[in-house]
Design a protein around this ligand. Structure first.
Ligand code: DOR
Ligand code: ZN
Length: 346
């Protein structure tokens, strides 16, 4: 049987939540990935070293004793965060990065930044101590069409940040447009971008296929087919600017199938299977290791994982349609790719 063995991957953008949801979703990441960048958009958000440390302990307490999975914690930037907190988080190793959510851009972003100038002293400190800035790159201006928010952000916010902080390392998270691919490709290696599983597999039609499909709704929203193709080209090129960030974002099914459904796709249970399929379709299986296991550590200046995973060319039979959550009437719907999967994890 055809198999593929690669260095163990990492997930450079992951939502694990807390409590029973954390407990339900964590094994799907910890069994496959060596490390993950943990998003700080809890309620309340992770804005201090102390909160990041205790959240990390809650994650670790749900791991099996023999797991080597490492959560890498991040700080949620607010208008009032003090540069001293960034300095402390860097010194203690508690923060691997800090996350910019424009206020109102997405789930639990209401404490985010209302004007980028408000955090210039914090960005100055991040540049000084070399703490990467992770960006949810969408403008919140209601006059801007939802499908244009990423491209406009590049123009109005990202370009000035890169000019004003020439040494700051920046990751443009979950890019969805050819404009972002072109912009990131043209930057030096201090700038990178994550790409999600689902944005490689669906375009915006999937959100409206025969009716409204809340489980295909995430932010940034999927774009036209030409953008999906540009993302696939970038991810499978081996270009070190681009690496895997699943943006796996679990929400209980009743909160997705709702009058005002939450944004987020839960793809941790089948991301590597999906990626093997995408990379095979692009005739680029030899670049999967770069995207999932090598480019991310290179950006974060961390060693690559020491062990490997193996996939085999066979339809998976171990991926649930929904993951149950203790004490919850509904579980979490797993991302359903548009075609049946043909690779499985060994
Ligand atoms: O779809 C999304 N879900 N996009 C985000 O930026 C946040 C995430 C979440 O936390 O649910
Ligand atoms: Zn996210």
């Amino acid at each position: 049987m055809k198999t593929l063995t690669i260095t163990r991957p990492d997930d450079w953008h992951l939502h694990l939540r807390d409590g029973n949801v954390l407990q339900a979703v964590l094994p799907w990441t910890a069994n496959v990935y060596g490390r993950a960048i943990i998003m700080p958009n809890l309620k309340p958000p992770i804005t201090t070293v102390a909160a990041a440390d205790t959240y990390k302990q809650r994650i670790l307490s749900h791991l099996p004793a023999d797991s080597n999975f490492q959560p890498l914690m991040t700080c949620y930037l607010t208008d009032s965060l003090q540069p001293s907190e960034i300095k402390l988080g860097k010194e203690t190793g508690s923060f691997t990065a800090a996350k910019l959510y424009p206020a109102g851009a997405t789930t639990n972003s209401e404490h985010g930044v209302t004007d980028i100038k408000n955090i210039y002293p914090v960005l100055e400190m991040m540049q000084q101590v070399d703490l990467p800035l992770l960006i949810h790159g969408e403008v919140v201006d209601p006059a801007v069409d939802i499908f244009d928010r990423e491209a406009v952000f590049i123009e109005r916010v990202l370009t000035p940040i890169l000019a004003d902080f020439p040494e700051l390392r920046v990751v443009s998270e979950h890019i969805t447009t050819s404009a972002a691919v072109d912009f990131i490709s043209a930057q030096s290696d201090r700038v990178g971008a994550t790409i999600t599983t689902h944005h490689l597999m669906i375009n915006r039609n999937a959100i409206f296929q025969g009716g409204i499909r809340p489980h295909m709704y995430c932010l940034p929203i999927a774009k036209r087919e030409e953008h999906r193709l540009a993302l696939r080209k970038a991810a499978t090129s081996g270009n070190s600017h681009f690496f895997l960030g699943t943006d796996s974002a679990p929400h209980l099914t009743h909160l997705k199938e709702n009058d005002c459904g939450c944004a987020g796709v839960f793809n941790s249970p089948n991301t590597m299977e999906c990626l093997a399929q995408v990379f095979e379709e692009e005739d680029a299986l030899d670049q999967l290791e770069a995207f999932a296991s090598r480019n991310g550590p290179a950006f974060y200046r961390l060693p690559v994982n020491a062990d490997t995973i193996t996939l085999e060319k066979q339809a998976p039979d171990n991926i649930p349609a929904e993951v149950a959550v203790q004490d919850s009437a509904t579980g979490i719907h797993v991302f359903t790719p548009p075609q049946a999967l043909t690779w499985r994890m060994c």
